[in-house]
Design a protein around this ligand. Sequence first.
Ligand SMILES: [Mg+2]
Length: 144
Amino acid sequence: MAEKYGPSTEWDILLRMDNMKKVLVAEDDEGFRVLVTEILKDEGYSIISTTNGLEAWNRLKQEGADLAILDINMPEMDGLQLLKKIRTDEQYKNIPVLLLTVKAFTEDQVSGYETGADDYLVKPFETDILLARLKVLERRILKK
Ligand SMILES: [Mg+2]
């Protein structure tokens, strides 16, 4: 029986797609946006990639997401404003949010946590750290 069903039957693929978590990424810096997107895709996440807070908000409302990674400094609507909208939205108020910022803006971290961020990452960061933090946030979803 085992030989009959190879490692990637259509059923396996469907199961995998079902377990695939969707991550909303909002980052105006192209280099970082591409980096984060590639890292997460390699890890099996499905990605909504956006370049500012407003675009991210619209895509979230249209397509939904399980987790969000938001840069703080962005045009149109910044990460903190977007986080505020997410935390007051009936449908998405509980999704885990990881904020990104550059070094030296420690006051950003305080306002980030006050606004309802779950975690914080200072750029530039190690790939492994990003993935590890995301896994922790993902476990929190599963516990619910
Ligand atoms: Mg930025």
